[in-house]
Each structure stands twice: as structure tokens, then as C-alpha cells.
Design a protein. Structure first.
Length: 414
């Protein structure tokens, strides 16, 4: 790194804060706290363990500032009654003129004040740098209470398009006992833009949250996302994320089973090609017995792309009879690409069933040979194998994701 680049990086936070408008609106107090916290921190450094594989060069090359609200673009239409779509970049009240389905209701200002940040603190990430960046810049929050079983999928769409555009999205979901909700989050980015997403979800007893994140970027766009979830006993979380196309993306799911006896499923797919860096850091903590975790993380790195995965699972002494499985599977398609994967278990309890593993491989020559012997070209055969590798994760996205054609867009197919 040149000296001039180092100076630019050292001043990035100060310049970013100077571009923000004066705090105002429902999150004014949160903005003040976030800005004060950022002013005391420098950019994350590769000397820090959590950031040692994350090159922030694509971020420091940007000059982001909050963009004005916009009307929704021409997005693919959902089948009738399949989903309720909310455009998170709309001007004014996000719920104005919107008929929410039965079981969804907005939280009052007092409820938001009490609940916002609670799950971030429970998951020990309220002071994490990307979270503080979001808190410093987000001007509003979509805050909803979930009662009973909500039938249609809640689809949340945001787009950062163009150089210097910053979109900061904040979502808060409170699921009451035995409630259920399916959410599809679509984050789009292009040009030299920055997308910041923070989601908090509190799952009551016997409730179910199915959350899908489809994060699709282009060009020099960057993306930072946090998913923080608290699970009460007998609740269920099914989370699927898919990311491709960002110059830099970093997604961090944080889950706490507050008293154990809950079920967590985390599935993720990230693709990195060109000069892209795709980074996922997950953390699941069991604080009581009988908890379950099924985690699958998949990645493909091609050209000069780099994929990073760090998955931490914490099983203290109180979490007896935990059953946790974590698997990282990766395809390395270029000699110039790189994959860094570190699944890790920290186990203190002695009556558990926990396993983890990681594989890094290329496309199997015997499988390629078999397909080519059936008359397929080498390119078509390789494409089919990549589709099969990706589909295992993508098919667990909410069905409402189908109109966005995730498989085709992830693989760059027309």
C-alpha cells in the first residue's frame, strides 16, 4: 500500500462522518451514539483476528454518503398473494398505504426504544464496527411484531445504485410465542456504492423464523450485513444467505439460544470471482441444554476471487446434550483464487454431539469426464456441476426468491 493510500484509509472514518447529515428522526439518539462510537474507532485492521483476511481496500476506495429516498424500480412481480413486498428506500413512512397481512403490526415508538439494540447486545455485537457504521447512518427502522402464523412471505427490497450512494437498512422483528414468519431480504448494489444492513430478531417460545438473504452486487459495490437472533426454547430459525458480485461483502450471522432447547439452521452460499472478496463470519452460542445446530457454508472462488469463512460455535458447560454440526464445502476453480475457511468449536460441556469439517476441492475430473462422454462440452459439463453445487443451498431460500432467478444471477447466466 502506498503512503497516500494509507493516509486516505486512516482518514476514511472521519471523512465518512463529515458526509453524514445532522442526526434527526426516530433514530436520532441511535445516530448520535453510533457516530460517537465511530469517532473513537479507526477502520478495522488486519492485525485483528476477525479481520485478518479482510482487505478493506474496496471500501476505502468509496466515498459514500446517504442517498435520497427513491421510488421502487421495475422489479420482477410476485405471484398474487405469494408475498408482500416493502420497498425499504421509499420516501416517508415505509408502511404508509401498505396493508400488512394478518399477524404483522408495527411496533410503537416506545416499544422500538425498548427493543432496538437488545439482541445486538445479547449477541455481543452491538459495538462491532459494521454495526456502529449502520447505527451512525440509518435514519429509520422497519419494526414489526409477529403474532400467529403469517401466511405470505414478507419481501424486503433495498438498492444502492451509483457512485457514492449509501443505503443503511435497519430491521427489527419481535416474534411472539408460537408465531411464524417467512422473510426474503433482497439487497442490490451497483457502482461505487455501500449497502449496510442490520437485522435484529427476537424469537419467542415455539416460534419460527425463516429468513432468506439474496445479496447481489455489481462493479465496485460493497456490502456489510449483520443478522442477530435471540432464540427462546423450542423456537426455530432457518436462515439462508446467498451473495455474489460485490467487490467486498461481509455477512455476519450471530445467534444466541438463550436457554437452549432451540433449533438453528444456517445455510450460506458465496461466490467470488474477478477481484472480489466474499467474507462470512458466523457465531452461534448455546446458553442452555438440548440445543441443535445444522450449519452448511458453501463457496466458489474463481479468477482472482477470495472467499473467507469463519464459523464459531460456543458450547459452555450449561449447554449439555447439544447437537451441533458445521460443514464448510468449497470449490477452488483457479490457481489464482484463494479460500480461507476456519470452522471452530469451543466446547466445555461433556455430554454433547458436535462435529465440524471443511473441504476445498476442484471440480471432479471423473464427473466432468462422465458428462463429456455423454456428448456435453467441457464448459457445459462444468456449468452443470456448479449449478448442482449451488442449488443445495439456493433451494432453501424462500419460494418468493424464484422471481429473482437466484441461480442464474449467481452464476452469471442470461
Amino acid at each position: 500500500m502506498s503512503n497516500s493510500a494509507a493516509v486516505d484509509a486512516s482518514n476514511w472514518v472521519t471523512t465518512f462522518l463529515d458526509r453524514l447529515p445532522a442526526p434527526a428522526g426516530a433514530l436520532e439518539a441511535v445516530q448520535w451514539r453510533g457516530r460517537e462510537a465511530l469517532s473513537r474507532q479507526s477502520l478495522p485492521s488486519r492485525r485483528q483476528e476477525d479481520w485478518r483476511f479482510t482487505d478493506l481496500g474496496p471500501l476505502t476506495a468509496l466515498a459514500p454518503a446517504p442517498a435520497a429516498a427513491t421510488e421502487p424500480g421495475e422489479w420482477p412481480e410476485q405471484p398474487s398473494a405469494a408475498a408482500v413486498r416493502l420497498w425499504l428506500d421509499a420516501p416517508g413512512d415505509l408502511l404508509a398505504g401498505q396493508d400488512l397481512p394478518a399477524g404483522l403490526s408495527p411496533l410503537s415508538a416506545e416499544e422500538v426504544q425498548l427493543a432496538l439494540g437488545h439482541t445486538l447486545a445479547a449477541c455481543s455485537c452491538e459495538q462491532h464496527w459494521p454495526v456502529e457504521l449502520n447505527q451512525a447512518s440509518a435514519t429509520r427502522v422497519l419494526a414489526l411484531r409477529v403474532s400467529g402464523a403469517v401466511a405470505p412471505t414478507l419481501e424486503l427490497v433495498s438498492q444502492a445504485a451509483g457512485d457514492g450512494v449509501l443505503r443503511s437498512v435497519r430491521v427489527l422483528l419481535l416474534l411472539e410465542e408460537k408465531a411464524s414468519l417467512e422473510v426474503l431480504q433482497v439487497q442490490l448494489g451497483s457502482g461505487g456504492s455501500l449497502s449496510s444492513l442490520v437485522i435484529e430478531a427476537q424469537l419467542g417460545r415455539e416460534s419460527t423464523l425463516r429468513h432468506g438473504l439474496l445479496a447481489l452486487g455489481e462493479g465496485q459495490a460493497c456490502f456489510f450485513g449483520h443478522l442477530a437472533v435471540e432464540q427462546e426454547p423450542r423456537s426455530r430459525l432457518e436462515s439462508t444467505s446467498a451473495s455474489h458480485g460485490w467487490a467486498l461483502s461481509r455477512f455476519e450471522p450471530r445467534v444466541v439460544q438463550v436457554d437452549g432447547d432451540a433449533t438453528t439452521s444456517l445455510k450460506a452460499l458465496q461466490l467470488a470471482d474477478g477481484q472480489q472478496l466474499a467474507d462470512t463470519h458466523s457465531r452461534v452460542e448455546f446458553r442452555g441444554p438440548e440445543g441443535q445446530l445444522d450449519q452448511l457454508h458453501k463457496a466458489i472462488a474463481d479468477d482472482h476471487g477470495r472467499s473467507v469463512f469463519n464459523g464459531a460455535v460456543k458450547v459452555p458447560r450449561a449447554a449439555q446434550r447439544t447437537n451441533a454440526s458445521q460443514l464448510s464445502r468449497n470449490l477452488l476453480l483457479s490457481n489464482l483464487a484463494r479460500i480461507d475457511t476456519k470452522p471452530e468449536l469451543e466446547i466445555v460441556a461433556d455430554d454433547v454431539r458436535c462435529a465440524h469439517g471443511a473441504t476445498v476441492s476442484r471440480l471432479q475430473t471423473d464427473e466432468l469426464f462422465y458428462l463429456q462422454s455423454r456428448g456435453l462440452s467441457a464448459a457445459v459439463a462444468a456449468g452443470l456441476l456448479k449449478r448442482g453445487f449451488c442449488d443445495e443451498v439456493l433451494r432453501t431460500l424462500p419460494p418468493a426468491a424464484a422471481v429473482w432467478r437466484p441461480l442464474q444471477r449467481m452464476l452469471g447466466e442470461s
